[in-house]
Design a protein around this ligand. Structure first.
Ligand SMILES: C[S@@+](CC[C@H](N)C(=O)[O-])C[C@H]1O[C@@H](n2cnc3c(N)ncnc32)[C@H](O)[C@@H]1O
Length: 295
C-alpha cells in the first residue's frame, strides 16, 4: 500500500539537553516529532525528525527553534525541510515498529499480521503522534515493573501519569484487570490513548483524562491508587512529588522513569519526604526506572 499523501520532514541535530527543548517547540507546529541518539552514546548528538502533512512555514519553524534555543541558552540550530517521497507506510511502519516482547507483554502494531505467541499479554498499539511504542528503554523499564507488580494483583487501581500512547495503561489493564486512569497534559496523547484502549477493548477499564498535576480533581477522585506509573522526565517528576505522592495508598507502589542513572538519586530524594523508599531499580541503556513503595 503506497500512500500518496504529501509529507514533509523537518530535521536537525542537537545535544541531549537542547533536543528536548527543540522537540517541545516544534510539537505545536508539526503532526509528529521524535528524536533519537545517533549511536549508543546518549550524551552525544541526537537527531530530531518532525513530520507535517502540509508544507511547513520555514519562518515559523525558525522562530520557534530560535526562541527555544534562547530559553535553553544554546545557539539556534540549523535545520532542513524536505518533501518525502511517497512510501509504503504499512511496510515501513512494520519495519520500524516490529513486534517486541517485554516480560509477559507482546507489543505489536495495530495492523501487523505477525503471529502472536501463546501465553503473552498482547498489546495492540498505534503510537501515532504520542510517545510510547515500547522501543524506548524507559517504557520497557516501566513495563517490566508493571509485569512484576501485576503478578500478585487483581483489579488494582492504577494511575498512569503521562500516558502518551497509553502503552503502560494498556499493560496494567490487561495484565491484572486493573481500573486505570490514563492522564496526560497533551490532548493529542489523550486522544491517541483513548483510541488504543478502544482497539484493545479495555476502554471500560481505562479512563483517559487531560491533566498536568497529581492534584487535579479527575486524578484525586479515582484514588487512592495501588500503583502509579509515571514516565516523564527528571525535573517534572521531582516537581510532581508533592501532588503525586498523596494519591498512593499506604503500601502502594510508585514506578518512576524518564531519567538517566545519574539523575535517579535526585528524583528519589524528592519523594522521600512523602514516605516513599526505593524497592527496586531497573537499568536499561543508561536509563533508570525506580520502583518505590509508600510506607
Ligand atoms: C516519555 S512520554 C511517556 C509515554 C508512555 N507513558 C511511555 O511510558 O512510553 C511522557 C508523556 O508525559 C506527558 N507529560 C509531560 N508532562 C506532563 C505532566 N506534567 N502531566 C501529565 N503528563 C505529562 C507527555 O505529554 C508525554 O505524553
Amino acid at each position: 500500500m503506497t500512500d500518496q499523501t504529501p509529507l514533509w520532514r523537518v530535521q536537525l541535530s542537537a545535544g541531549p539537553d537542547a533536543v528536548e527543548a527543540f522537540g517541545a517547540a516544534l510539537e505545536p507546529l508539526c503532526d509528529s516529532v521524535s528524536w533519537i541518539a545517533d549511536g549508543d552514546d546518549i550524551q552525544g548528538v541526537w537527531t530530531l525528525n518532525a513530520f507535517l502533512g502540509v508544507e511547513p512555514d520555514r519562518g515559523l519553524i525558525a522562530a520557534a527553534l530560535a526562541s527555544a534555543a534562547s530559553a535553553a541558552g544554546v545557539a539556534a540550530p540549523e535545520f532542513t525541510i524536505r518533501r518525502e517521497q511517497p512510501r509504503d507506510w504499512l511496510a515501513e511502519n512494520m519495519k520500524s515498529f516490529p513486534p517486541r516482547r517485554i516480560g509477559r507483554f507482546f507489543i505489536i502494531g495495530t495492523r501487523d499480521p505477525s503471529p502472536v505467541p501463546e501465553g503473552v499479554v498482547e498489546l495492540r498499539l498505534n503510537p501515532g503522534a504520542a510517545f510510547g511504542s515500547g522501543e524506548h528503554a524507559t517504557t520497557a523499564g516501566c513495563l517490566m515493573a508493571i509485569d512484576a507488580f501485576s503478578g500478585g494483583q487483581r483489579q488494582a487501581r492504577v494511575l498512569d501519569m503521562g500516558c502518551g500512547s497509553g502503552i503502560l495503561s494498556l499493560g496494567a489493564a490487561k495484565s491484572c484487570r486493573a481500573q486505570v486512569v490514563a492522564a496526560d497534559s497533551d490532548p493529542k496523547a489523550v486522544a491517541v490513548s483513548r483510541r488504543n484502549m478502544i482497539r484493545n477493548k479495555v476502554h471500560r477499564q481505562v479512563r483517559t483524562v487531560l491533566a498536568h498535576r497529581g492534584d487535579c480533581r479527575a486524578i484525586r477522585d479515582s484514588g487512592p491508587y495501588d500503583l502509579i506509573v509515571s514516565n516523564i522526565l527528571a525535573r517534572p517528576l521531582r516537581r510532581m512529588a508533592r501532588t503525586l505522592s498523596p494519591n498512593l495508598r499506604p503500601g502502594g507502589v510508585l514506578v518512576l522513569s524518564g531519567f538517566l542513572i545519574r539523575d535517579a538519586a535526585r528524583v528519589a530524594g524528592a519523594y522521600r519526604p512523602f514516605g516513599l523508599r526505593i524497592l527496586d531499580r531497573i537499568d536499561i541503556d543508561g536509563w533508570r526506572t525506580l520502583v518505590l513503595v509508600r510506607s
